[in-house]
Design a protein around this ligand. Sequence first.
Ligand SMILES: C[S@@+](CC[C@H](N)C(=O)[O-])C[C@H]1O[C@@H](n2cnc3c(N)ncnc32)[C@H](O)[C@@H]1O
Length: 225
Amino acid sequence: MTDLLSIEERRLSEQERLDRLRSADERNEWGQFATPPPLAVDILRLAQTLWNGNERVRFMDPAIGTGSFYSALLKVFGSEQVAAAHGIELDPLFAEMAASLWEKTGLSVANADFTTQRPPQNTKYNLLISNPPYVRHHHMTAEYKAALKRSVLERVGIRTSGLAGLYTSFLLLCDSWLEPGALSIWLIPSEFMDVNYGDAVREYLTSKVDLLRISSLLPFRYPVL
Ligand SMILES: C[S@@+](CC[C@H](N)C(=O)[O-])C[C@H]1O[C@@H](n2cnc3c(N)ncnc32)[C@H](O)[C@@H]1O
């Protein structure tokens, strides 16, 4: 437990250091906005309330950053309940950091573009939590968008719009990483509920999965101190 606390402390200071290496524009283009630890823990607590008893966790985060959800997973579920854990990260600095921070805890990290990765054939994941990169369509090339569209159509049979952000493809492509009965929780912009290009996400959530809830939390304490 003390070990986990010190890894988490180091993770937070490295996260800050790595964030400072990039300009605001670069972070925007990479969709690099880390999940604050209290929110990550809240999400894992929600996962725990929806979990099937003592079943061991095979965890996956397709855009792992430094591992905020993995850290919260160990804190909330405990490492004994985690049978396997895998993260994918495009930015080599974040991928190396996640691998070095968590190497002794059993997390495997791939430095790769999640959208080009082949899903595993045999062992899939039963808990997938993601705060995917919020990269707007105009930061992606026409070729990249066409490749995303093809992969999504091939894997889930859903047509995406060229105006959809990268998070749409992440959500739909994760489908083939999940085992039947898997729990998946996503931190995504609420725009998909209103805009035309959100139809692919709406179709997926209403036809391919058992949607458990949509939350939009806005707690505050009044007044400002
Ligand atoms: C919103 S951040 C979330 C990071 C971490 N999971 C968290 O919650 O703090 C998204 C992460 O996805 C990474 N990323 C961007 N494009 C990616 C891609 N195509 N494949 C994998 N990771 C990607 C970014 O570098 C960034 O670390």
